[in-house]
Design a protein around this ligand. Sequence first.
Ligand code: ATP
Ligand code: FE2
Length: 335
Amino acid sequence: MTGWTLGIETTAHTFSFGLIDADGLPYPSASDILRPDKGGIHPREAADHHKDVAASLFTKALDSQNLKPSDISAIAYSQGPGLGPCLRVGAAVARGLATRMEVPLIGVNHCVAHIEIGRQQCGCDDPVLLYVSGGNTQVIARLNGRYRVLGETLDIGIGNMLDKFARNQGIPFPGGPKIEQLALQYLEREPHPTMEGLQLPYAVRGMDLTFSGLLTAAQRLIDNGAPLDAVCWSLQEHAFASCVEVAERAMAHTGKSELLLGGGVACNQRIRTMCEEMAEDREGRSFAPPKMYCIDNGTMIGLLGWLELKKRNTSLEQSAIDQYLRTDQTPIVWS
Ligand code: ATP
Ligand code: FE2
């Protein structure tokens, strides 16, 4: 690639453009996140938001590196998985720009992009991945040319569970960061906490996880008068421990010694620390990318596009979105 690759992310609440230079180096994204006043994300409202912000964000992204449109030599976009109406906006913008600029188009797998930006940022080689976001919770390892899902949530994503619990307490989206703050506040007033009166169900089912029972049980604690900050602490401890347990088993089964965190929930310091402690116990290492590359961002889409474009591109006929694209559907054609 001789010029810059532009990445476009629109799987859910975030519209984001990111840039990758000719050598494959990533630059921070220009993003705008829809934050509804109340309720969850409505796919059509999010799609309208994305249409409204696309043009000004495009200018902002180019200006951030003093680029002209003619400096862009490829367009990458999230082809799936995600919310249909949101994905369609990103794909339409991508097709329009690629056609207008006469540059190659590449549709990429959003989940795999979370992994590749993590590998690039952390310099790890062959990790087990703990991908914890709003919509997804998966433990993944690279085997025979694909990222294989070894375990995953059987119901809602861990971030979704945190956001729903928060919303029920009147905390606006995204709830995860506020829950982290409240848990820290609890630890300040209760430096040696116990689980007494704060127990929640354990979410591990073999190599899989479930979070909706945890959500209901945490709400029940609140309804029975437990303090919100204490429940936030317990909720984090239970939810994160279950993810770390599955990740540890995946490391044991695959014989891999690196662990890599990705997805928005990987912004949380507590889950980072738990992963580091687990990996150290196994004489391995745990890595987590900077927060701006944990949450949804166009840069990771650009990076995966840059990697894949060495081997393939996406014709307009193949460019339809796939809401249900799976992590293991994408052959790893790069190294
Ligand atoms: P995906 O499409 O990959 O499922 P997503 O649409 O959920 O991604 P992300 O930006 O990857 O988007 O993740 C957003 C989630 O991350 C939200 O659920 C949010 O509450 C959660 N999150 C962000 N920061 C924190 C934090 N500090 N602690 C816990 N959760 C957090
Ligand atoms: Fe994501």
